[in-house]
Ligand binder design. Structure first.
Ligand code: NDP
Length: 239
């Protein structure tokens, strides 16, 4: 087992802001060599930022190549890139559905497939997928998003079984409502009603989600795989 102070090559998709960037800062603080991908946002400073749209396999491949050239084979992959296009079923277009699946679920498949090559060679690797509490309990108006996030659980657990013998762990973090740009679309009324359903009575901070991510990638979590860790202030209890 590697010691806590060993610097690892970490790649985080969707690390330009929010939860992904908070995770990047936490890995950096622990001494890891971190690359993040960004798509439309300004690239963050102080971290290797690589432009990459996870809906494009060639861009995913090129992003890994750039991270590998700078930091060596990726040892820890965090799949955080995600979008939401909410709407009730009757008003949800097929594109609203498939584009969310393509980014959140197939985008994760593309990154994991690319990362697994080096991890298989190394017979070691850590993969953390960022799902959502909504993926476990569902939400009216979020059929596309919830389906994509639930899909990540089946995907991670299948990978945990497929690649466990190669010492590659796959785990899922299921955040509740978190203070990031993604939550900014809520009206004050929607926010208040959602907060009323959270036992801890507030939104999560991105850093609180990052703590679960870094734990799952740490040596202390070496025997944890196929797990879904809710970080939702208790909102999803029982799901
Ligand atoms: P943000 O909207 O702040 O960040 C989303 C990130 O995903 C950005 O870095 C964005 O890049 C990137 N991204 C989106 N689409 C693509 C794409 N096609 N290719 C590459 N990158 C892409 O949201 P959060 O930080 O809140 O979300 C991070 C993850 O956490 C998401 O998967 C989200 O579903 C999940 N989550 C968030 C919750 C919340 O309440 N905030 C709750 C539960 C889960 P760019 O900006 O450069 O386009």
């Amino acid at each position: 087992m590697k010691g806590a102070l060993v610097s690892r090559s970490v790649l985080i998709t969707g690390g330009s802001r929010g939860i992904g960037l908070a995770a990047a800062r936490a890995f950096q603080a622990a001494g890891d060599r971190v690359a993040v991908t960004y798509r439309t946002a300004e690239p963050p400073s102080g971290v290797l930022a690589i432009r990459c749209d996870v809906t494009d396999t060639a861009q995913v491949d090129a992003a890994f190549k750039e991270a590998e050239d700078a930091h060596g084979p990726v040892e820890v992959l965090v799949c955080c890139a995600g979008i939401a296009k909410d709407g009730l079923l009757m008003r949800m277009s097929e594109d609203d559905f498939t584009s969310v699946l393509d980014t959140n679920l197939t985008g994760t498949f593309r990154a994991v497939k690319r990362a697994s090559k080096a991890m298989l060679r190394a017979r070691s690797g850590r993969v953390v997928l960022v799902s959502s509490a909504v993926g476990l309990r569902g939400e009216a108006g979020q059929a596309n998003y919830a389906a994509s996030k639930a899909g990540l659980v089946g995907f991670a657990r299948s990978m945990a079984r497929e690649l466990g013998s190669r010492n590659i762990t796959f785990n899922v973090v299921a955040p509740g409502l978190t203070s990031t740009q993604m939550a900014d679309v809520l009206t004050d009324e929607q926010r208040e009603s959602l907060v009323a359903q959270i036992p801890l009575g507030r939104l999560a901070l991105p850093e609180e989600i990052a703590s679960a991510i870094t734990f799952l990638a740490s040596p202390q979590a070496g025997y944890v795989t196929g797990a879904v860790i809710p970080v939702d202030g208790g909102a999803g209890m029982g799901h």
